[in-house]
Design a protein around this ligand. Sequence first.
Ligand code: FES
Ligand SMILES: [Fe+2]
Length: 407
Amino acid sequence: MTTAERAKEPLITDDWRVSSRIYRDPTIFARELSRVFGRTWVFVAHESEIPTGGDYKTAYIGRQPLIVNRAADDGAINVMFNRCRHRGSAVCQREFGNANFFRCAYHGWTYNSAGELVGVPFDDGYGPDFDKAAMGLVHVPRAESYRGFVFVSLDPSIEPLADYLGNARRYLDFIADIGVSGPELVSHAHKLVYRGNWKLQIENTIDPYHFSFTHKSWLDILKDRTGKSSPWVKNVRTNPDWRGIDLGGGHAVHEYGRLEQAGENAHAIGIGELIPFNLNIFPSLAFVGAHLRLVVPRSVDETWVYLYPLLPKDADEHVRDRILRDHEIFYGPAGFGSTDDIEVGFDRVMRGIEGSASPADWTLMSRGLDREVVDEAAGIRIGRSSDEVPQRAYLRRWLGLMEDCDE
Ligand code: FES
Ligand SMILES: [Fe+2]
């Protein structure tokens, strides 16, 4: 098959063969930035990251650089493009901090925390028509908060955030209600970078199928510590309450037991078990164990991942310490989990799919297709723990956006 012929092949077939082009083709990546990240609600911050006037963080929607801050005067949350209106320099360099003004380092233009241009050095150079009021930092078209989670959209006509979240709201509510007064992200994030496509991290986030293979060394350590084998494999294979659910809209969840019985069904893999499910919110937000995970695409083969431990606001120091230590041991830079996923789930996949000359230049995402249960009324599909229901959930929405001709 020639390259031209291959380009005409469907990206995803009815029997869920997924073209490997979607992970390595720069033209598809460029389309994703406009079709997927340009038309959805994208998470950028939790309100606890910017609790007081002047607090800010830098963030991204796709590759668009943003400043998210709480205005110093009225406490409103602003989300603005992090690009100077003079000659385009990124105005703010730090990942978080507190500032009443942002001064561009290039020629000194200065903006207040609402983004208004308040200072132009030597401002006699622009003539009488120069409209300073129209030259502030540009705000993104839409920004909304749902129970403390701040999302933005580049699409001015997008549906309200609560509607967009749909069936995922119930799970986000559970997280927002952690402890007595919800979680806070005060320990900030640790960031990992891998040389692979961003969608590999989304697919890996709800994937109980891989755990006992990719993370075997971790399960062996746990066995040494506790003297008994983890019930993980048995649960993945036979526990009817361990379910992968397509929530509609690209969102998906894997429940470790019914939500109503949360706490009684600990999955016992020692990675922090604050949340009794793994949740993907399309396109780039996830929750696993005891952390919020944010996926930031940089290029077709470079991805940044931010992991923010979730700390119950009212928990005592001992509980917060335990959450952080559990998080570090599996996900931290010297932990036992993230390193496995980067090597096995991302690096090796990217290397394998360079085999584009293979007539089978696709991956298989059909696991459990013939046994998933579709609930039309609720708009959900339910599969077994090891099925690829969550992966199909996000790819179904992804494909719909990528193929939408309404541009
Ligand atoms: S680019 Fe910002 S002041 Fe010139
Ligand atoms: Fe993993």
